[in-house]
Write a new protein. Structure first.
Length: 610
């Protein structure tokens, strides 16, 4: 699936939609705190004006020697200070708390969207992974963007009130409103530079995290240490990090120049305004209170503009995440399609007609002209060299990718006309790169059940027995209730035992229309694999309503399959039964006899090719 037409600059309608969505999330998260924070923001709009007015009245009242004026000035100043200091601190704390809680909900939405997209293109395409990376880092800014925008609006309102009060001194002081424009414009330019740099450095940062993760993850650190590759990985990670930092540093330098230019304009204009008021005071056209008002509100105006620039900068940062958020929603919406329900029982089987597939961005197809007829009640083995296209074909069969050419049908219905979730519910599988769910032994198997509920105990027991895992699970300290994995203080299994648990998880769906076993026994010894497949073949021989697809490099188990498909360079080179392919003496015969000779002939004869 290609990237949707959503641009990197979020349209106005999209921004309004997300803003409304964030407001609803905040309201649902905590209504009381939302109302309190709104009230505090409104109070800040008058705090600065009260402080400036109090100082003006205080100076003027001293000259008039009136007690009521002094008391009123002090009271107004006290209220203004309380609103600025105490309420401002409370406002900041509430803002952090609400934003963090909304961030959890936004992150959950993002992860849910990523996890429920039917295909795997967004998890295998660098450009899309970069967008997801920027979005994941930007969710805190996105969750606070509504409040940052409200804070900017409140500050702008306060600026308007301040300028209105200054115009009481002189109409020319209304020009102070123009002082806010240079810092705001240059701040916007600075954020545009930083946004472009964050996008440009996303791939370097993703590479750095991935390389360093190899050094600290228990599954990969062993090989990194024994081979001495840790230093090399660290050097490559540092190189990627340096490239990212260099990009951001240059952008930050350019952004700082833009900000400096804006504040330089503000400072020069502010000093000119103060000179004007001082001139009016010397001429007697303004009082000392007016001068104090200009000094107070003018200095506060700088603070207000800074807050506005910072708030709009945070909003601009959020807009970057917002554009990626809108892209993800559009991508997920286009990827999710409605369709018919998958058949509960296969009658016609799965048919592939001239199916081809090319990975996004790849120059050559991974599969070309695949014609297969997978009949219900049969076990089909896929064999071929590494890179022949076996795993790609498996991903097409289970709906992780859609064909880029040709058609794939299930009981005569095109797979594109079937709802992806419905077809996945009818599939099950075990893979070489299986997941070791660190749950209890029973839970690690039960999560393989379809639907929203886990498999019942009897289904779990049956799956463990069929996978040959029942004996070692029964021998665990708490049997099936034993916590697995050292991370959570449980029992660590061998890789072969973990693989049997993964097999049991696949077997828990007994009525699956398609069962895929992609190198599911690579961690087992040859005899254990042979015994497992032999028992599995006996049990599934009468399963007339489903298809089993087996991928393995061990030909001691391949011959048990009803139909064998040989893949070579993304094409089907030959297919048929074991006996028919052996009689043909083609690619399958060569692969089979080469492996067989390795087990049966002396060392001197193993070097000879059949």
């Amino acid at each position: 699936m290609t990237e949707p037409r959503t641009t990197r600059t979020a349209p106005l309608a999209g921004r309004v939609f997300v803003l409304g969505h964030l407001v609803r999330l905040t309201w649902r998260t905590d209504r009381t705190m939302t109302l309190l924070l709104t009230a505090l923001m409104l109070s800040q709009t008058v705090a600065v004006a009260l402080t400036g007015l109090s100082q003006r009245w205080l100076v003027d009242s001293v000259g008039l020697d009136t007690l009521s004026g002094l008391v009123g000035a002090v009271a107004a100043g006290a209220v203004g200070y309380a609103l600025t200091a105490a309420c401002g601190r409370v406002q900041a704390n509430i803002l952090v708390d609400l934003s963090d809680r909304v961030d959890v909900k936004i992150s959950e939405e993002v992860l849910t969207s990523v996890a429920t997209i039917p295909s795997l293109d967004h998890l295998e395409t660098p450009g899309l992974l970069n967008r997801l990376s920027v979005l994941r880092r930007g969710t805190p800014a996105l969750s606070a963007s509504a409040w940052r925008l409200a804070d900017a609006a409140a500050t702008v309102t306060s600026v308007v009130i301040s300028v209105w009060l200054l115009m009481d001194v002189s109409v020319l002081m209304g020009l102070l409103a123009l002082l806010t424009l240079p810092p705001l414009w240059t701040g916007h330019r600075a954020q545009a530079v930083l946004r472009a740099a964050r996008d440009a450095g996303a791939e370097h940062q993703r590479l750095e995290r991935g390389l360093h993760h190899l050094c600290v993850d228990s599954a990969t650190s062993q090989e990194a240490r024994i081979t001495g590759a840790g230093a090399v990985l660290d050097e490559e990670a540092d190189r990627a990090w340096t490239a990212s930092v260099r990009t951001l540093y240059r952008a930050d330098l350019v952004a700082s120049c833009w900000r400096l230019a804006g504040w330089a304009c503000f400072t020069v204009s502010y000093l000119g305004a103060l000179a004007l008021v001082l001139h009016l005071a010397l001429q007697g056209s303004a009082t000392l209170g007016d001068l104090m008002l200009a000094l107070t509100l003018g200095s506060r105006l700088r603070s207000q503009v800074r807050i506005t620039v910072d708030s709009l900068g945070k909003v601009s940062e959020a807009c970057q995440a917002l554009s990626h958020y809108l892209w993800l929603r559009a991508y997920a919406r286009e990827a999710r399609r409605s369709g018919a329900s998958a058949p509960r029982t296969l009658t016609g089987g799965i048919r592939l007609d001239a199916v081809s597939f090319t990975y996004p961005g790849a120059a050559t197809p991974a599969l070309t002209g695949i014609d297969l007829d997978l009949r219900p009640g049969t076990t089909v083995a896929l064999v071929g060299d590494n890179g022949a296209g076996k795993s790609t074909l498996v991903n097409l069969l289970i709906g992780m990718h859609e064909p880029t050419g040709g058609t794939m049908t299930v009981d005569g219905v095109p797979v594109t006309a079937i709802a992806p979730e419905s077809w996945r519910d009818r599939c099950t599988g075990a893979f070489q790169d299986f997941v070791a769910f660190e749950l209890t032994a029973r839970e690690s198997v039960a999560v393989g059940a379809p639907g929203d509920t886990c498999a019942p105990p009897e289904a779990v027991d049956d799956a463990l027995r069929r996978a040959g895992a029942d004996r070692f699970v029964a021998a665990l300290p708490d049997a099936g209730d034993t916590q697995l994995g050292r991370v959570h203080g449980g029992v660590e299994l061998s890789r072969g035992q973990w693989q049997r648990v993964a097999l049991a998880r696949a077997f828990v769906r007994r009525d699956a229309a398609l069962m895929v076993l992609d190198e599911p026994t690579a961690a087992l010894d040859p005899q254990a694999e042979h015994d497992l497949y032999e028992r599995f073949t006996q049990e599934t021989g009468g399963r007339e309503s489903g298809v089993t697809v087996l991928v393995t490099h061990r030909f001691s188990t391949v011959y048990m399959a009803d139909h064998i498909v040989v893949l070579e360079k993304g094409r089907v080179s030959e297919q048929g039964t074991h006996d028919a392919l052996m009689d043909r003496r083609g690619r399958y015969w060569k692969l089979f006899t080469t492996q067989a000779r390795g087990y049966t002939l002396p060392e001197a004869d193993r070097k000879e090719e059949p």
